[in-house]
Design a protein around this ligand. Sequence first.
Ligand code: PLP
Length: 442
Amino acid sequence: NVLRHGRGYPRSRSEHFFKKGRRVFPTGITRVTVDHEPSPLYISRGEGAYLIDVDGNRLLDLNNNFTTLIHGHGFLPVADAVADLLHRGTCFSNPTEHEITLAELLIERIPAIEHIRFVNSGTEAVMFAIKAARAFTCRPGIARIEGAYHGAYDWAETGQAVSPAIWNDPLRSPAVPAYRGMPPSVRDEVTVIRFNDIADLERRIASAAPSLACILIDPMPSRAGLIAPEPSFLAAVEAIAKKYGILIVADEVLNLRQSHAGASARYGLHPDLVAAGKIIGGGFPIGAVGGRKDVMRVFASDSGKPLLPQGGTFSANPVSMVAGRVAMEAMTDGAFAALESLGDGIRAGLRKEIERQGAAFSVTGAASLFRIHPKGKQPTDFREAYLAPEEAELMGRLSRHFLNCGILLPNGAAACLSTAMTTADGDAVVAAFADFLSILEA
Ligand code: PLP
C-alpha cells in the first residue's frame, strides 16, 4: 500500500482552491458535512464508481453525493437523456409529460403512494409532508426520532443534536433547538422519541397526542446510526398512531435506495405519507411527497383555494424528471439484488475482519448502505451509536486512512454503493479496513 506508507494524500491544488473559497464563503465551502482537514478535496470529475480530484487522485466514492448517485458518476443513460433535453429548454411554468412518467413509475413501485407532488429537495419533501399532515389533521405538532436527520425544516431539525449532556440531565428536553435563535415555540410542537424504545414512544406520544399531526420516522435513520428497527417498534408506532389518529410520515429520502419501496417495505412500516428525494432525481435536485389520496387532497383545490398551497419555481422541472425516470428505470429488480449482494459481501467482510482481529468495532446497515462503528457491541439506537470524543477522533483517523488507500469513506454518515461498483471495489473496502485494524493493533 504505497499511499499509506508514503507522504499521505497529496492535495496542493485542493488547498489552493480552499484558500480562494475562504474569501467568499464563511467556512470556505458551502457544505457542512465534508471534511475540511487540512482542506476539502475539490473534484475535477467523476467516472462511474470513482472521483478524480483536482490533484489527480482517483478515489472510490462511497459518498455518492450523500447517497444520491445510485449509478455512480456520469451514468450514460441519464447523461444522454439530459443532453437531449438541454437544447429544448430546461424549465417551464407549464407542466410536461415527464412529470407524469416519473410519477407513474414511483406510484407503481411504492404502495403507500397513491398521489404525489414533486419539489426540489428532501428538505422540502419532509416539510410538505409535515404540512400536509397538519392540514389534514388540523393539529400543529410532530413527533420524531432522536438524532435522526430529516433536512433543514425547523420542526424536522429539532431533536437532532441530542448529546449526553442533554439526555443525562432530567431537566432538559431532547427537543433541542436546531440553531441559535430558533423560535422557542418550535420546540413546544416537537416530541422527540427514542428509536427502538417502545416504552419511551408510548409515554411521550400519549402525553402529546391531542396536538400531534404526525410521527416522522426514517425506518433506518442514517445519522442516528443506520440501525435496523425492531419489528415490534414499528408495530408499536403503527398501533399508537392509529389509536390517536396521528399520521405516519416515512422519510425515505435516503433509504429509497434500499428497495423499490424503500426501508418501509423492507421492515414492514405502512406510512400514510412518504417523503422521497435523492436517487429519484438521477443526480439532479429533487424531492417528492406522496401518500394516501385522501391526505394528498389537501394540495388540491375544490373551491379555488387549496388547504395547503405548494409551489416552487423549479418543482417538477423536466431535467430532474427525465434524469430521475431514467435512473429509476435502470433500478430493476436485478439491479437492486446485485447492490444488495455487494453490500452483504462488504458488511460480511468487514465483520469477519473485526472478528479475526478481535477489534472493538461493529457494522450496521442494509442493502447498499453501511456504517462502521467504533463500538464492540453493535448499537441499537442513537445513544448507543453516539461517539465519545476519542471515538470520533478514531473515526476521523479511519476515514483519513481510507483516503490514503484511495477510498472516500464518509465520516459520521452512511457509506453507500453504486451499480458502477464491482466486487473488486468491495474487496478494496474490506482490505483497507483490515489494514487499518492491523495498524491499530501494532
Ligand atoms: N431526509 C433524510 C433522511 C436525508 O438523509 C436528507 C439528506 O441527507 C434529507 C431528508 C434532506 O434532503 P436534501 O438534502 O435533499 O434537502
